[in-house]
Ligand binder design. Structure first.
Ligand SMILES: Cc1cc2nc3c(=O)[nH]c(=O)nc-3n(C[C@H](O)[C@H](O)[C@H](O)COP(=O)(O)OP(=O)(O)OC[C@H]3O[C@@H](n4cnc5c(N)ncnc54)[C@H](O)[C@@H]3O)c2cc1C
Ligand SMILES: *[C@@H]1O[C@H](CO)[C@@H](O)[C@H](O)[C@H]1NC(C)=O
Ligand SMILES: *[C@@H]1O[C@H](CO)[C@@H](O)[C@H](O)[C@H]1NC(C)=O
Ligand SMILES: *[C@@H]1O[C@H](CO)[C@@H](O)[C@H](O)[C@H]1NC(C)=O
Ligand SMILES: *[C@@H]1O[C@H](CO)[C@@H](O)[C@H](O)[C@H]1NC(C)=O
Ligand SMILES: *[C@@H]1O[C@H](CO)[C@@H](O)[C@H](O)[C@H]1NC(C)=O
Ligand SMILES: *[C@@H]1O[C@H](CO)[C@@H](O)[C@H](O)[C@H]1NC(C)=O
Ligand SMILES: *[C@@H]1O[C@H](CO)[C@@H](O)[C@H](O)[C@H]1NC(C)=O
Ligand SMILES: *[C@@H]1O[C@H](CO)[C@@H](O)[C@H](O)[C@H]1NC(C)=O
Length: 599
């Protein structure tokens, strides 16, 4: 089957965006207000790059985009490899194992898709990549540029002369494109992988504190599956996400939600210590006793903003048994009571979470019925919910059966599906239940955190909000917060995640996909998503959204924490060594086509 994306590609005119980028570059090149681009006067000379390469033992890469294997005329063109890359394009490892590839096409500006009919250049990708395996490699990348006057640095250091745009890539999962940028030097931390166990508890460095329980120190490139597998061997687990290739770097710095969070708190709440490279190029330890502002900001304040995480020490928890209910209920899309039933169900989530149920329900709104080949349209909820520390079906059915029975008895025309499975440990559960979502296309995501009030105070308002939010066809209403997040006691007293996480029960997301190389489709998707987002913003105006999974910003991501985050950012990174958008402190620069310029 040809994926829709390849089919759509045919219809589209490719070159406009790319051409205007070139014009922009020519117009602005050499000005001091923008970062250098290859060919501009201030782009480092070959010898300068060579010296950087030598300083990191030959680990500097100048990668070719993956898609070039499909394009005759490119050095890496390979009629044999092209179908292999095309087939793997929708899977995660292809992108996470590549130095520059991102999971979502438009963050590389669609400049080299694996389709011979599309254009292919390196324009949307970093120019050079530091393939880091140690903190020293990361430091070498940070010290190379961007510009930094000597007054900002230790006397022992040389001023940074290179006016380079710097980014950090780990897996390349980012929904916001923060791990991709044209004309940049990328610090690629994917190969920073090691996991060290502290079986008898952990004492933060130079800190007179003893923290009980088995902890691990994981390098920042460690991916979720690796963290789960390593801890499963010890009959433990981590509070982790559901994707397999999400890496700790972006996950932890964003806060990290988890199906275990309603019990144990967010991933960032488990952090005991971090090692990072600061914008000034210092390799430092941050914990509750030293660099406490960084320790706070790096747990939820966002990736590639306050420094580059090189390793993180986190608590583990005893691996719980898990009982899972996979369920669905659905009705004909024209059933006038479809959203009465959905709203009733979702309004019970706070009670479910308080009773120890967490999970990943998804609302579907007027989508083709898969059981009849799409002849009819259906609306409903599908997903999985779990209960920990038990393998008894009744332990979860006692909570869900009454809700389904109420829907069945109250509104006609619903069909139900349920299936129970049990697992002896969370690690085994994860191997069967990880998030298999495809990647390799383009989308806009909006999200909102919902508290008990938003879900229960006025069901008419909740219904309107959920209907609007899911109008694109699908919306997640994940039960990934609650008691455990509210009562979490992070080391040092707090983290930088939006304060409304502590009141939230549900993390809701809605995503609109759009065709590659089609600016009109992209703009329509952005506008549509804004409409969906407004549905839940109106419902829960005093809540916020999860930075790793949304496209809105400042107050929305960090609420009242923003002022402190901005103050820390200005102090630790006065020259904006790390710049990304939408990230704390990014207001002083903007992207003009493929240039990054001061405002
Ligand atoms: C299929 C799928 C499932 C997901 N499931 C979950 C989930 O269950 N829970 C959840 O919370 N999120 C989930 N996410 C979202 C995920 O947390 C974010 O996409 C996250 O940003 C990925 O981090 P990364 O380091 O892997 O990605 P990247 O794209 O490489 O990086 C993301 C951001 O972090 C920065 N960054 C990366 N490494 C470092 C570092 N070492 N130091 C400083 N900054 C760094 C990057 O510069 C960028 O700004 C999921 C995403 C997908 C696509
Ligand atoms: C860096 O040095 C290594 C080893 O000498 C070399 O193979 C590699 O091509 C160099 N990288 C770049 C970008 O020139
Ligand atoms: C990056 O470094 C890792 C670890 O040394 C190595 O295995 C990998 O091949 C390197 N990647 C590239 C593209 O050179
Ligand atoms: C694993 O831990 C659980 C408690 O979390 C315990 O009941 C079980 O016996 C342990 N299994 C092994 C093999 O140690
Ligand atoms: C979906 O199609 C199947 C097969 O025709 C049918 O039994 C079912 O009722 C349909 N679902 C809805 C909600 O209409
Ligand atoms: C729904 O109600 C019908 C009878 O009214 C019953 O046969 C069926 O088992 C019920 N289904 C569920 C899931 O409760
Ligand atoms: C129920 O779950 C079991 C175990 O995962 C699976 O083998 C079975 O196919 C599922 N049943 C249905 C009807 O989906
Ligand atoms: C990529 O899509 C996002 C929406 O997710 C949009 O904000 C951004 O401008 C797009 N980037 C490019 C280069 O088109
Ligand atoms: C909700 O809507 C129904 C039907 O429109 C109406 O009867 C009811 O009074 C409304 N409830 C509230 C609390 O507004």
């Amino acid at each position: 089957m040809t994926p829709t994306w390849f089919r759509t590609l045919l219809l589209l005119s490719a070159c406009q965006a790319i051409e205007s980028a070139h014009l922009g570059r020519v117009r602005q090149a050499g000005t001091t207000t923008c970062k250098a681009v290859p060919g501009s006067e201030d782009w480092p000379a070959p010898g300068t790059w060579k010296a950087l390469n030598e300083s990191i033992g030959g680990r500097l890469l100048q990668p070719t985009p993956l898609g070039a294997v499909c394009h005759p005329g490119h050095a890496s063109y390979s009629p044999g490899q092209c179908p292999v890359v095309q087939a793997a394009w929708f899977t995660e490892p292809l992108h996470s194992d590549d130095p520059v590839s991102a999971y979502w096409n438009n963050w590389s500006r669609d400049t080299c898709l694996p389709d011979p009919r599309a254009p292919c250049s390196s324009d949307g990708y970093p120019v050079y990549v530091v393939n880091a395996t140690t903190a020293e490699h990361v430091k070498a990348g940070v010290d190379f540029g961007p510009l930094m006057p000597p007054s900002r640095l230790d006397v022992s250091k040389q001023a940074r002369k290179n006016n380079i745009r710097l980014i950090v890539k780990n897996s390349g999962h980012d929904y916001l494109g923060r791990s991709s940028a044209p004309n940049s030097l990328s610090i690629w931390v994917h190969h920073m992988k090691s996991i060290k166990t502290h079986p008898d508890g952990f004492s933060p460095t130079n800190c007179n504190v003893a923290i009980d329980g088995l902890a691990i120190t994981a390098a920042a490139g460690t991916q979720m599956l690796e963290a789960y597998r390593a801890t499963a061997l010890l009959n433990r687990t981590v509070v982790g996400g559901n994707g397999r290739t999400v890496a700790l770097g972006g996950f932890m710095t964003g806060g990290g939600h988890s199906i275990l969070a309603p019990h144990y708190g967010m991933a960032a709440d488990q952090v005991l210590e971090m090692e990072l490279v600061t914008p000034g190029g210092d390799i430092v330890i941050a914990n509750e006793c030293q660099n406490t502002d960084l320790f706070w900001a790096m747990r939820g304040g966002g990736g590639s903003t306050f420094g580059v995480l090189t390793s993180v020490t986190i608590k583990t928890i005893p691996s719980p048994q898990v009982t899972t209910l996979d369920f669905a209920f659905s009705t004909a899309a024209e059933n006038p009571h479809a959203f009465d039933a959905i709203t009733y169900f979702v309004s019970k989530f706070p009670d479910l979470a308080d009773a120890g149920v967490s999970g990943y329900p998804i609302i579907f709104n007027t989508v083709p019925n898969t059981s009849d080949g799409g002849r009819t349209l259906v609306t409903g909820v599908v997903g999985k919910v779990i209960k920990l520390h038990t393998r008894k079906a009744s332990e979860i059915l006692q909570h869900l059966d009454p809700l389904l029975a109420h829907i069945n008895a109250t509104w006609p025309g619903f069909a139900f599906f349920t299936n129970i499975t049990t697992h002896a440990s969370f690690g085994l559960w994860y191997e069967d239940n990880f998030d298999p979502s495809p990647v390799g296309f383009s989308s806009v995501m909006s999200s909102r955190l919902l508290d008990r009030d938003a879900l229960t105070a006025d069901l008419n308002a909740t219904k309107r909000g959920l209907e609007r939010f899911s109008a694109g066809g699908q919306a997640t209403v994940y039960i990934v917060s609650g008691k455990g997040v509210r009562d979490a006691r992070p080391q040092g007293g707090g983290t930088a995640v939006h304060p409304s996480w502590r009141r939230a029960y549900v993390h809701a997301t809605a995503t609109v996909n759009f065709a590659s190389l089609d600016a009109a489709a992209r703009d329509a998707a952005i506008a549509q998503t804004k409409g969906f987002a407004a549905g839940l913003r109106d419902l829960a105006p005093d809540m916020g959204a999860y930075v790793n999974e949304a496209s809105n910003w400042q107050q929305t991501f960090w609420g009242d924490n923003y002022a402190r985050l901005l103050q820390i950012k200005r102090r630790v990174d006065p020259e904006d060594v790390f710049w990304c958008t939408p990230c704390v402190g990014s207001e002083r620069w903007r992207e003009v086509d493929d240039l990054l310029c001061r405002i």
